[in-house]
Design a protein around this ligand. Sequence first.
Ligand code: ATP
Length: 268
Amino acid sequence: IIASQLVVPEEINVNWKDIAGLDHLIKELRETVILPIQKRELFADSRLTQPPKGVLLHGPPGCGKTLIAKATAKEANMSFINLDVSLLTDKWYGETQKLAAAVFSLAVKLQPCIVFIDEIESFLRTRTQHDHEATAMMKTQFMSLWDGLITDPTCTVIIMGATNRPQDLDKAIQRRMPATFHVPMPSEAQRERILQLILQSEPTAPDIEYKRLAAATEGFSGSDLHELCRQAAVYRVRDLARDELAREAETKECKSSTSDSDEEYVDA
Ligand code: ATP
């Protein structure tokens, strides 16, 4: 009951077409993650070809890690559980152990399934002597549940983690994520493609200079570019709305001055 209330599989509405400039990464994900799901019987045959049960996406914020995780689930026809780790780390929440077990059993029920954990390092960081006892227990339990997936060759549940700080991840966790992908800040050419994708179905001027825009946005992530386009679009609509209001006010003024002179005429 707890899991069904707190952890719900997400309906995904993005696919590869919503990701720009990362063709090489998409190809790698297809080969490493999706192919073994689609042709499980071939890969599960030998211990050497077991599909990965852990995938790590690492790189700076806003560069598409969540987008990639969701699109992978969509393209592979997998269920997607976006696990909010604060539910597992909240020390006041007495049910965390049951919850972790429930998440794994839900994922197995829904398989093939991706369990996505954003900022995975905040939850599975390098263990220290200062760890709260409940935190240490929860990590150990999480890893043993994960091992259950790893040792079952028929299981098609993947834990997919995203992090900006891979160096903070516990070594034992890194070992459980043999498929690791870097999602970098976009280059100039990638920014050009991201801008084209964001604006492709928007009412824009026909002569946008994408190359110039890409060159002028050095250091922008995909998320920054999205925000830039959003602001530009909002400014444009605000201008239109202001013009329209001004025109309406003018028309009203015209009408009232005409009706005033009509009244004067009637009075006379
Ligand atoms: P964080 O580390 O902050 O969670 P993230 O790497 O998971 O960030 P996303 O949430 O996937 O980044 O990306 C944020 C938004 O930026 C996306 O919803 C999308 O609009 C845009 N975006 C980022 N990268 C790309 C890309 N390569 N192609 C298209 N859109 C992108």
